[in-house]
Design a protein around this ligand. Structure first.
Ligand SMILES: [Zn+2]
Ligand SMILES: [Zn+2]
Length: 415
């Protein structure tokens, strides 16, 4: 597919926006009205996961207010995403009219960028959700595409990936424990508590393995219960995520062929995510408890050591998505922490912090990923094609196939 970038201008010579984007509609205006009419259900379908998963993992507190806010949030993000899709497809025509020809970066790239810039502003939560998801996908494509030897070596080595994940995890957990920044991460460290030397340690397993006279850890309950509780909850969360993902993709089978749905779901369920999460939390808590028992009290160093070592669970589920998520959190939290704690920062640094990074990242990443889907679809993560094709009613997919068809014609005519 990347070949397409090399012969783009030869292949598209003399073609119009209608040939490329909307041969089914005679004019750009009809194309605009039709996309405005047809695209609405797509983004609502895309955000079904967002509608379903938070209530599933919340586990309580389902007040009327919660449901009202949750539905309003779902409608808001779906509707604005729909507008981004309509504006993006319309700009495609507008830019063609402006230049009088098709340009490589102006096919889905700049239209994506400007559609994110021009559409109504998303709420901060949704801007973060979209911006960081798209940024992480952009990072993934860049990592896969890069020809720099260092990046290639890192990409090929599971060991390097794991080691980097361990470092990111340790830094994220350390910053979260310091408490100046607060964000969602797979785990949240407990604040360090002074041990109560009058208390008794009632852990059977760890008590036998590594006895301590009193409870030295910062958590409530016994160490055994604390570790088992984590493993159970994280395994369940992994299971729910897998089930929800499988249900959403295989949902149409429910009314077409329910018997096949079960078989298909069983096949698509993987134990890797669940076991990786269980090892992640289990080893973190176990190492933390052992260190507390050894030194007789808790300390921030224990959190750093335990979170570094438990990052080894990445080996079980070495996904680009997990890696890029850890990397972006690592950068974001370190940056935020620096600005909240550093004293007497120079003027230029303060000015730098006022730049709306999230919004810029959102625009750039959307443009980059739209463009990648057309020209580097083999590198683009499945979620990107799902998102774009749901929201564009497969128009981007058809556009990509048309371009590919023209390229093949071009190759044959040369041969
Ligand atoms: Zn047009
Ligand atoms: Zn403990």
């Amino acid at each position: 597919m990347s070949e397409l970038s090399k012969c783009f201008y030869e292949v598209t010579a003399g073609k119009t926006c209608r040939d490329l984007c909307h041969p089914e509609y005679a004019s750009c205006w009809i194309s605009f009205f039709e996309s405005a009419r047809r695209l609405l259900p797509g983004s609502f379908k895309l955000y079904l996961t967002y509608l379903l998963i938070p209530p599933l993992v919340k586990g309580g507190g389902y007040t009327r207010q919660f449901w009202r806010d949750h539905f309003a949030s779902y409608i808001g993000v779906s509707y604005k995403t729909y507008l981004i899709a309509v504006v993006g497809l319309t700009l495609q025509c507008l830019f063609y009219k402006m230049f009088g020809q098709l340009h490589y970066y102006w096919v889905m790239g700049f239209p994506g960028f400007f559609s994110a810039a021009l559409s109504p502003k998303l709420s901060r939560v949704h801007l973060r959700l979209q911006g960081i998801t798209y940024f992480n996908m952009m990072l993934e494509v860049m990592l896969k595409k890069s020809k720099i030897w260092l990046v290639v070596a890192l990409r090929e080595s599971k060991l390097c990936g794991t080691l980097l994940f361990m470092i990111f995890n340790a830094q994220i957990m350390d910053l979260l424990q310091q408490g100046k920044v607060n964000q969602f991460w797979f785990m949240h460290p407990l604040p360090v508590k002074q041990p109560d030397r009058e208390s008794t340690d009632d852990s059977r397993v760890l008590g036998t393995l590594y006895p301590s006279g009193y409870k030295a850890c910062s958590h409530e309950k016994s160490c055994d219960a604390f570790i088992a509780d984590g493993i159970l909850k994280y395994t369940a969360a992994g299971f729910i995520i897998e089930i929800a993902g499988a249900l959403i993709t295989k949902f149409p089978l429910l009314y077409k062929d329910p018997a096949r749905l079960l078989a298909r779901m069983r096949n698509s369920l993987s134990l890797k995510l669940m076991s990786s999460l269980a090892v992640y939390i289990g080893s973190y808590r176990l190492i933390g408890c052992l260190l507390c028992r050894h030194y007789g009290k808790d300390s921030p160093t224990h959190n750093r050591i335990a979170s570094f070592l438990c990052g080894i669970s990445y080996m079980i589920y070495p996904k680009f998505q997990v890696f890029t998520l850890a990397f972006s959190k690592f950068v974001e939290l370190s940056w935020e922490h620096l600005f909240k704690t550093a004293k007497n920062l120079p003027d230029w640094a303060l000015k730098l912090d006022r730049i709306p990074y999230l919004r810029i990242v959102h625009m750039v990443a959307i443009g980059y990923m739209y463009h990648s889907l057309v020209f580097y679809s083999h590198l683009s993560p499945p979620f990107n094609s799902k998102a774009v094709n749901y929201c564009s009613d497969n128009r981007v997919e058809r556009l990509k196939r048309r371009l590919l068809g023209w390229m093949l014609d071009h190759e044959w005519s040369k041969a």
